[in-house]
Design a protein around this ligand. Structure first.
Ligand code: ASP
Length: 323
């Protein structure tokens, strides 16, 4: 948000530029300063924001920024809910969901993809090299291999042991979807040209039924970008987000004048209104508008997000359930 002090600073700079003959005052008024920004889910967003910011600060594209950012989380084996080292489904298989969307409204998505370290890059290849939006399972894997991605085992010693323990304790029964054992990196960015892009990638719910796909790779649910307005992304129980097209709803609310935080809050209230068991699970939303304003909101306490616009900070999101 522009404060009185930053406005005065900008005005002084503008006067100097005009006085030096470099630029006319009307050009300055017509070109408000773009606030390069990247925002992403959870504490691991702090690390993911760094390469994204590096690209934005060198006037690179928001699309390159979000891809580079979430790739860090995908490759980090300590993060057991995204990419390599993600907890497997109940059959012991790591299946990944990811999508990406650019400023032109182009998008690509992969669902139920196995053995590929960077599903977000496969999603980008779907967007850029095919007439399609979404590829699933074996077809997505075949496409990835044909496009130079390497096949690898994504199950680590730690996640294999966790799965074996789960098998002993749960007799193969699908878990109730609670607040644990899942998270996603969703990232939104605004670049120096004023363009927005977003990416979202996850291994989904731990111990899910083989074949389950969440909201994260679904355009409009886990991610949505409209370059005229802003972008939104989601984390938490994907089934809850898919039922109300969460990210699309948030962008439409911003189109109607809501701030990013207000829009995320209304989306959470929509879940609360229609899904009576809302206290049993978590959903967190993030939004970024065309002016570089950011916001987030969650059902319950504990959702954090990272914002980098020169300084990289972790923010505790406001939440609906107060107790
Ligand atoms: N939304 C993800 C899914 O349902 C999980 C999460 O973000 O916690 O697969």
């Amino acid at each position: 948000m522009s404060t009185r002090r930053t406005f005065i600073k900008q005005s002084a700079l503008a006067s100097t530029l005009v006085a030096s003959g470099g630029i006319s005052m009307s050009e300055i008024i017509a070109q408000p300063q773009i606030k390069k920004t990247v925002i992403s889910t959870w504490h691991f967003g702090l690390i993911a924001n760094e390469p994204a910011w590096e690209i934005l600060s060198k006037n690179g594209s928001a699309l390159d920024a979000v891809e580079a950012g979430v790739k860090i989380t995908e490759a980090d084996k300590k993060i057991q809910s995204v990419g390599y080292g993600g907890l497997p489904d109940r059959d012991g298989r790591v299946t990944l969901d990811a999508c990406i969307m650019d400023e032109k409204g182009n998008c690509g998505s992969v669902v139920f993809l196995e053995h590929i370290l960077h599903p977000v890059s496969v999603a980008r290849a779907v967007m850029e090299k095919t007439p399609h939006v979404m590829l699933a399972g074996d077809g997505a894997l075949q496409f990835a291999l044909a496009n130079g991605f390497k096949k690898q085992d994504l199950l680590t010693t730690e996640t294999k042991e966790a799965w074996e323990k789960w098998c002993k304790e749960h007799q193969y029964s699908p878990m109730k979807i609670d607040r644990d054992n899942h998270d996603t990196i969703g990232m939104l960015a605004l670049d120096a040209s004023g363009n927005l892009s977003g990416a979202c990638t996850t291994s989904g719910l731990a111990w899910k039924i083989h074949g389950r796909v969440g909201d994260s790779p679904i355009i409009g649910a886990g991610l949505f970008i409209d370059n005229e307005i802003g972008g939104a992304t989601a984390t938490g129980k994907g089934e809850a987000v898919m039922k109300m097209c969460g990210s699309f709803l948030i962008v439409e609310l911003m189109r109607n004048g809501k701030t990013p935080t207000e829009a995320c809050k209304i989306a959470v209230e929509r879940i609360v209104k229609h899904q009576p068991d809302y206290k049993d699970f978590q959903v967190g939303f993030l939004a970024l508008n065309k002016r570089g304003e950011t916001g987030g909101y969650a059902i319950t306490k504990g959702f954090q997000y990272a914002v980098h616009n020169g300084e990289n900070v972790l923010i505790d999101a406001e939440h609906f359930v107060k107790d």
